[in-house]
Design a protein around this ligand. Structure first.
Ligand SMILES: NC(=O)c1ccc[n+]([C@@H]2O[C@H](COP(=O)([O-])OP(=O)(O)OC[C@H]3O[C@@H](n4cnc5c(N)ncnc54)[C@H](O)[C@@H]3O)[C@@H](O)[C@H]2O)c1
Length: 347
C-alpha cells in the first residue's frame, strides 16, 4: 500500500475536532493522523482520546513526532508564528484561513516555506463543494458567457461571548468580513478571476464587540465583472440562505446553501447560449432551469486529500498559500475602503 502522509494538528479543539479531523484527516485515504496539540490540555487529551492518537504537550513536542504535515487551526493571530515554527522544522503546512493577519505576514509565511522547501496551503475548503466545482466547470467551458455579476453571502448569528477571539480585531484581524467574507471573496475569485478594485462598508449593527458584525463589499474584477459580498454576524442562522449567484452574458448559476461547511444546498443554472435575440417582452420561463446536483463531496475530506496528494506528488496544491495572500490583499483593500470611505485598488 502507498505510504500515507502523517499529520499533526495544532489547535485541535475547534474546527479541527468538529470537522477537519473526523471528516478530513481520518477519512482521506492518503492521510493518517499521528499527534494533536492544543494549549487547552484537557481539550487536547479529549481529542487525542476521541481519535486514538498521541497528544503532544507543546508545539515543539508535536514537531519532534513523526509528522510530515501539520494542520494549523488556531486563532488567526497565531497563524503566522505557528507557520514559521513548522516551516523551520521542515514540515508541510495546511494553515486555516486567514493566512496571517496582514499582507506582510502572509508574504513572510510564504517566503519562509519556500526557504524551507515545504508546502504551504490555505484551507479554503469551500472550493471543494461539489456544486461549486461543477459551476466552475460550466464557467470555464464558457457556458455563462462573459461574467457580469456575482453575489456571495455568508451570515450567521454570533452574539457577544467573553474572550471570543473573533470578536476582537487584535486576535481575529476583523469580524464577519475577514472570518466569513474571506470565503465569499475567495469563491468569487475562483469563478471570475482577480478582483482589482473594491468599495466596502463595515458596521456594528447589532452587537457591540470590537470586530464588525456587518459588512458589504462591492468588487470589480480585472475582467470587468462586478460582484457583491454580504456577510453578517447578526442575522439568525436559518434566515441567511447563504446565496451564491453568478451571472454572465449567456446565463446564470444560482445557489442557496452551498456556501457553508457541510455538503448541502441547491443550485440551478439558466444557460441560454449566444443565439438569444432581444425580447421586448423579456419572457422569463422557470422551466429553462437546469438543476446542478452532482454527487455530494465532503469538503474537508476533499481538501485534506488534495493537499496530501500535492505533498506526495511534490506539486503545488490547488489550495496553495497564494490564495491566502490574494485574500489578504482584497480584504486589506476592503478594510481600507471602509475606513476611508473611498473605492480602493487591490495592491
Ligand atoms: N474553513 C472552515 O470551515 C472553518 C470553520 C471554522 C474555523 N475556521 C478557522 O479555523 C481556525 C480556528 O477557528 P475555530 O473556530 O476552530 O476556533 P476555536 O477557538 O473554536 O478553536 C481554536 C483552538 O485553538 C486552541 N488554541 C488557542 N491558542 C493556542 C495556542 N497558542 N496553541 C495551540 N492551540 C491553541 C484553542 O484552545 C482552541 O481549541 C481559524 O483560523 C478559523 O478562521 C475555519
Amino acid at each position: 500500500m502507498a505510504k500515507k502522509i502523517q499529520w499533526g494538528v495544532i489547535g485541535s479543539g475547534g474546527i479541527a475536532r468538529r470537522r477537519t479531523i473526523p471528516e478530513g484527516i481520518l477519512k482521506a485515504d492518503n492521510a493518517k493522523l499521528s499527534v494533536v496539540y492544543d494549549i487547552n490540555e484537557q481539550v487536547n487529551a479529549e481529542v487525542a482520546n476521541e481519535f486514538g492518537v498521541r497528544q503532544a504537550n507543546s508545539v515543539e513536542a508535536l514537531l519532534e513526532a513523526d509528522v510530515d504535515a501539520v494542520y494549523i487551526a488556531t486563532p488567526a493571530n497565531l497563524h503566522h508564528d505557528h507557520v514559521l515554527t513548522c516551516a523551520e522544522a521542515g514540515k508541510n503546512i495546511l494553515c486555516e484561513k486567514p493566512l496571517g493577519m496582514t499582507i506582510a505576514e502572509a508574504e513572510e509565511m510564504i517566503e519562509s516555506c519556500k526557504t524551507a522547501h515545504v508546502k504551504l496551503g490555505c484551507a479554503f475548503m469551500m472550493r471543494f463543494v461539489a456544486q461549486h466545482v461543477e459551476a466552475l466547470r460550466l464557467i470555464n467551458e464558457g457556458r455563462l458567457g462573459k461574467p457580469t455579476y456575482g453575489r456571495a453571502q455568508l451570515s450567521c448569528w454570533y452574539p457577544p461571548i467573553k474572550g471570543a477571539w473573533r470578536q476582537d480585531p487584535v486576535t481575529g484581524g476583523g469580524g464577519s468580513l475577514i472570518d466569513m467574507g474571506g470565503h465569499c471573496i475567495d469563491l468569487l475569485e475562483m469563478f471570475f478571476g482577480k478582483v482589482s478594485r473594491v468599495s466596502c462598508f463595515i458596521n456594528n449593527t447589532v452587537h457591540d464587540y470590537e470586530s464588525e458584525d456587518s459588512a458589504t463589499a462591492l468588487l470589480r474584477f480585472e475582467n470587468g465583472a462586478l460582484a457583491t459580498v454580504d456577510t453578517f454576524f447578526c442575522i439568525p442562522d436559518a434566515s441567511s440562505r447563504n446565496v451564491l449567484e453568478l451571472y454572465g452574458s449567456q446565463g446564470s448559476i444560482l445557489a442557496k446553501g452551498t456556501i457553508g461547511q457541510g455538503p448541502a444546498g441547491q443550485m440551478v443554472a439558466f444557460l441560454e447560449g449566444d443565439n438569444k435575440g432581444y425580447d421586448a417582452k423579456q419572457t422569463r420561463g422557470e422551466d429553462a432551469a437546469i438543476t446542478i446536483a452532482p454527487e455530494p463531496a465532503n469538503t474537508y475530506r476533499a481538501e485534506i486529500k488534495e493537499f496530501t496528494q500535492a505533498i506526495i506528488e511534490d506539486r503545488e496544491s490547488v489550495i496553495s498559500a497564494e490564495l491566502g495572500l490574494r485574500s489578504q490583499r482584497v480584504l486589506a483593500a476592503c478594510y481600507e475602503s471602509a475606513r476611508s470611505g473611498k473605492a480602493v485598488e487591490v495592491a
